[in-house]
Design a protein around this ligand. Structure first.
Ligand code: UDX
Length: 473
């Protein structure tokens, strides 16, 4: 059995594959790492001399790429060559929620995982350890295994073992999460293969942080971790609505409960609802699995976490309309932030998408500014061409703003959706002078200094802050 891994191939150069392999290459200079992707444009972007053109933005990633690329880290679209040379292959492809067919809207679409397994079955030589890195429904390793077993039985020179090694990195802090993870989880049923992967991690991770288990427990732990994290956000968001009604302050409530170490202080920020590629998808996967096993009450419990999340977004767009005298028709609204959280250009499941769509449907003219999200991405997400001229601004439109001041000029309201650092300390005096009256600020992340903004005559709504409209029992 393989006890020394030399060549690694990672299928998928996305948000997980790219940063993970960059850190592996940096921490293990003796490994040769080849990241392969079908998307030639993406591969070219990873190979770009200009590091600002890397396909994803992550703090510290450009430094790692410039340090390791061309040495022991390579990006290519040559699957055949690098799969055939690999001792260990990571599957890091995306697994979006199925849009049609059995399990549509809940189950994950495993077509890329299946395609990768088939390519591995065809091209791999000798002994190969296959590691699932993508977030997958429980028992996906079984799918991978059965495809590989088939090829093993035809060609006796091929030998495969499958491991689950879920990724817990969060976007925006991916490099730090990979360098200093809370834990590394490895599931499998072949001790030699598990040890081969443990040995790689031991290059930078203390032994006591490496947890080994069986395949299914590892896969289920990943879904459960994301479901628990998302549940905290829906819980605190549901409390934020109560704070607004009763006059309590969500920040104080979060602080008060978070100091109880059984609860913990992380992940207690109320906001516009969770986004990103994992939370909703993983909870819906869990729901699908529960339903499959006839555990419908448990399925409903987790489904509620997603429902509250959708409601938080709707609740925010509703209250914006309500505060702007019941209509946003023909009004200019500045949207500050479009990514699903700060420090990433990722917009998947961003709360900005549904909030903006609601406001456009109600006739608002939005001017969207985000320091990292591209014009084209916003167009794709809103599924609407940009308003180019004054006459396009009839009712319900969006335009791209290249700066905060362009977005806010003559606006009736500012909606802060992403907690980018540059939105925290705005010059309210100057902003007030550029807006129309009455000038509203909707702070869905509770990041601005309300007193400072109110001092200059701005009207402020901040999530979970209940100083206005307090109603008694
Ligand atoms: C998440 C998990 O954290 C990570 O372990 C897993 O591997 C992938 O999914 P990610 O989606 O990158 O990572 O971002 P995360 O920082 O977890 O935030 C998810 C969403 O929750 C964001 O929209 C964020 O704004 C929101 N959030 C987070 C809150 O609204 N409040 C909080 O207190 C924390």
């Amino acid at each position: 059995m393989i006890n020394k891994v030399r060549n690694i191939c990672c299928i998928g150069a996305g948000y997980v594959g790219g940063p993970t392999m960059a850190v592996f290459a940096d921490k293990c200079p003796n490994l040769n790492i080849f990241v392969v992707d079908k998307n030639k444009q993406r591969v070219d972007a990873w190979n770009s001399e200009d590091l600002t053109k890397l396909p994803i933005f992550e703090r510290g990633l450009d430094k790692l790429i410039s340090k390791r690329r061309g040495k022991n880290l390579h990006f290519s679209d040559n699957f055949k060559k690098y799969i055939s040379e690999a001792d260990m292959i990571f599957i890091s492809v995306n697994t979006p929620t199925k849009t049609k067919g059995l399990g549509a809207g809940k189950a994950s679409d495993l077509k890329w995982v299946e395609a990768s397994s088939r390519e591995i079955a065809e091209y791999a030589q000798g002994e190969t350890i296959v590691v699932e890195k993508s977030t997958l429904p429980v028992k996906t390793a079984q799918t991978i295994k059965s495809i590989l077993d088939e090829s093993q039985s035809i060609n006796k020179d091929k030998k495969f073992t499958v491991l689950s090694n879920p990724e817990f990195l969060a976007e925006g802090s991916a490099i730090a999460d990979l360098e200093f993870p809370d834990r590394v989880l490895i599931g499998g049923d072949n001790l030699d293969s598990i040890n081969a992967l443990v040995n790689i991690y031991l290059n930078w991770i203390p032994k006591d942080k490496i947890i080994t288990t069986d395949l299914w427990s590892s896969e289920l732990s990943k879904l459960t971790a994301n479901a628990f994290l998302a549940q905290r956000i829906s819980s605190i968001n549901s409390i934020s609505a109560l704070c607004e009604r009763t006059g309590a302050n969500i920040k104080d409530v979060s602080l008060a409960i978070g100091t109880d170490k059984r609860i913990g202080k992380e992940f207690l920020n109320a906001g516009p609802g969770f986004g990103g590629s994992c939370f909703k998808k993983d909870i819906l996967n869990l729901v699908y699995i529960y339903d499959y096993y006839g555990l419908h009450h448990e399925a409903k419990y987790w489904e509620k976490v997603v429902e509250i999340n959708d409601w938080q977004k709707k609740r925010i767009s509703n209250l914006i309309i309500e505060k702007l005298f019941g209509t946003v028709s023909g009004k200019k609204i500045a949207i500050l932030g479009f990514s699903f959280k700060a420090n990433t250009n990722d917009t998947r499941e961003s709360p900005a998408i549904s909030i903006c769509k609601e406001l456009i449907n109600e006739g608002g003219n939005l001017f969207v500014y985000d320091p990292k999200v591209s014009h084209e991405q916003i167009r794709i997400d809103l599924n609407l061409p940009e308003a180019r001229q004054e006459q396009d601004l009839n009712e319900g439109s969006w335009s791209y703003a290249t700066s905060i001041s362009e977005a806010i000029k003559s606006s009736d309201a500012i909606v802060i959706i992403t907690e980018w650092e540059e939105f925290k300390y705005l010059n309210w005096k100057e902003i007030k002078s550029k807006m129309r009256n009455p000038s509203w600020i909707f702070d869905t992340r509770s990041i601005i200094n309300i007193c400072e903004a109110e001092k200059y005559g701005l009207k402020v709504w901040s999530v979970g802050k209940g100083s206005q409209n307090i109603s008694n029992f």
